[in-house]
Ligand binder design. Structure first.
Ligand SMILES: *[C@@H]1O[C@H](CO)[C@@H](O)[C@H](O)[C@H]1NC(C)=O
Ligand SMILES: *[C@@H]1O[C@H](CO)[C@@H](O)[C@H](O)[C@H]1NC(C)=O
Ligand SMILES: *[C@@H]1O[C@H](CO)[C@@H](O)[C@H](O)[C@H]1NC(C)=O
Length: 162
């Protein structure tokens, strides 16, 4: 029985896991280019470890370089190791903390093609809302999760029977 309880715990943990990582299209539809204010774009957005940043631009007209705070402020790139140039650059946010990105093309950085964000630790699994008959809490479970819960329940039921 212990092993079954363990399996049930794993299934429940899988279903209750936090929602999938977010892909952030930097600049929205405008992408990564002169004329977009990335301070305004980033305002109010939450960035978590595991999320991705997608820098979309015409290749050749911009690029993406991860820098430190002082380089970001001054728009200087003394170390171009890791320069991204594809025009379809995807960066996975691996660690929490402040991250700085600039374009090193001409004076694009000083024209505003620069992004600073603060990455938060991956969100902990949300506690289940209190369940009471007729409460609206249950409606917060997404259809996908409800579906997964049913599948998990069926799997467990089958294991118990076998
Ligand atoms: C843009 O990408 C294409 C295909 O990867 C490549 O052949 C071309 O040289 C690139 N252009 C510039 C300006 O980097
Ligand atoms: C340049 O940056 C890369 C990647 O961020 C780092 O590994 C390397 O040590 C840096 N080189 C210098 C000279 O700072
Ligand atoms: C972006 O917008 C902010 C807030 O409106 C402003 O303070 C900042 O100067 C703008 N940056 C650029 C490069 O225009």
């Amino acid at each position: 029985m212990a092993s079954k309880a363990f399996l049930i715990a794993i299934l429940v943990a899988m279903v209750a896991a936090p929602s999938m990582a977010t892909e952030h299209m930097v600049g929205g539809d405008a992408g990564w280019k002169v004329g977009v204010n990335y301070t305004v774009w980033a305002a109010g957005k939450k960035f978590y470890v595991g999320d991705t940043l997608m820098f979309m631009y015409q290749n050749g007209s911009d690029n993406v370089l991860k820098v430190d705070g002082p380089s970001f402020q001054k728009c200087v790139a003394s170390n171009t190791t890791g320069l991204l140039t594809s025009g379809n650059d995807v960066i996975t946010l691996a660690k929490q903390g402040k991250k700085w990105y600039i374009s090193t093309v001409e004076d694009h950085c000083s024209k505003g093609v620069k992004l600073v964000i603060t990455v938060a630790p991956a969100p902990a699994p949300a506690p289940l809302p209190p369940q009471s008959p007729g409460s609206s809490g249950a409606s917060k479970i997404s259809p996908f999760k409800s579906c997964m819960l049913i599948v998990a329940a069926l799997v467990v039921f089958k294991m118990v029977l076998s």
